[in-house]
Design a protein around this ligand. Structure first.
Ligand code: 5GP
Ligand code: ZN
Length: 144
């Protein structure tokens, strides 16, 4: 009887561990081997990480165009807004709330600019969706 209880308990723990592992990896499903941001997310390319959640990473832009220039990037590889689906709706909400968190936690960033380039002709150079979080002065390329 006691052995049965232990076996049931261990089975439940294993099933839970399997479920948690699967749900984490499904968030990172489609990784693109040729994508610089996917390589940053997987740790193959180093970067200055500012914030990280299960779904999102925030890094410092390698070529800052403002005093504060961060990139809010979903861990899931999506090329741009044109290729989003209904399933990605919550992810975009999380990206906006991440911008709010950055604004609240960074000195001098109460006011900020969010930019997302979608397509090569408007300046997208990395085809993994992202938002530029810019604050402070000296907006160069992104002055509109
Ligand atoms: P986009 O031009 O696609 O809107 O923005 C891509 C941004 O990614 C650029 O501002 C560029 O400086 C940045 N970037 C490109 N490669 C790297 C990299 O390897 N590391 C970091 N931290 N930023 C990068
Ligand atoms: Zn990617």
């Amino acid at each position: 009887m006691r052995n049965s209880v232990i076996i049931v308990f261990v089975s439940i723990v294993l099933a839970l561990a399997l479920y948690i592992n699967n749900s984490k990896s499904s968030k990172r499903e489609i990784m693109n081997q040729d994508c610089v941001f996917c390589k940053i997310i997987s740790g193959q390319i180093p970067s200055k990480i500012i914030e990280e959640t299960d779904d999102i990473i925030v890094i410092k832009d390698i070529q800052p165009k403002a005093l504060v220039h961060y990139l809010i990037i979903p861990k899931k590889h999506i090329a741009n807004i044109q290729s989003c689906t209904q399933q990605d709706q919550a992810l975009f909400g999380s990206m906006l709330l991440m911008a709010q968190k950055l604004s609240a936690s960074l000195a001098g960033s109460q006011e900020f600019k969010l930019i997302s380039n979608n397509g090569a002709s408007v300046g997208q150079s990395v085809f993994h969706i992202h938002m530029h979080f810019l604050s402070g002065s000296s907006f160069q390329k992104y002055e509109v």
